[in-house]
Design a protein around this ligand. Structure first.
Ligand SMILES: [Zn+2]
Ligand SMILES: [Zn+2]
Length: 102
């Protein structure tokens, strides 16, 4: 999946063109260059989040967007705070060896 940086359209196949395409106020020719099929603009590759279905460009975790990661991390944190005392959380942190939970 790709998303246009100019018109924000999403598409699966970029257009490869030798024709002049409108770009802003000018008509510009990109010889054999990939561009947005709708406006001819620049585009970037995006992924679709497996949790919320939104598109995103970067993530620390494959397939899930940053906002979903922080929601899951916050829920995990809330779960710990409501079910464990701070002392038990400290025990968990050392028991889970390097996987730091707060
Ligand atoms: Zn576009
Ligand atoms: Zn998401």
């Amino acid at each position: 999946m790709y998303r246009c940086n100019v018109c924000e359209a999403e598409f699966s196949e970029p257009k490869t063109t030798k024709d002049p395409v409108p770009y802003g106020s000018r008509e510009v020719t990109y010889p054999g260059v990939s561009c947005c099929p709708f406006c001819g603009g620049d585009f970037e590759e995006v992924q679709i989040c497996e949790l919320c279905g939104e598109t995103f460009t970067e993530s620390k975790h494959n397939g899930v967007c940053d906002s979903c990661i922080s929601i899951v991390v916050n829920r995990h944190s809330e779960l710990l705070k409501t079910n464990f005392t701070p002392f038990e959380i400290a025990i968990l942190n050392s028991a889970l060896d390097g996987r730091n939970i707060q």
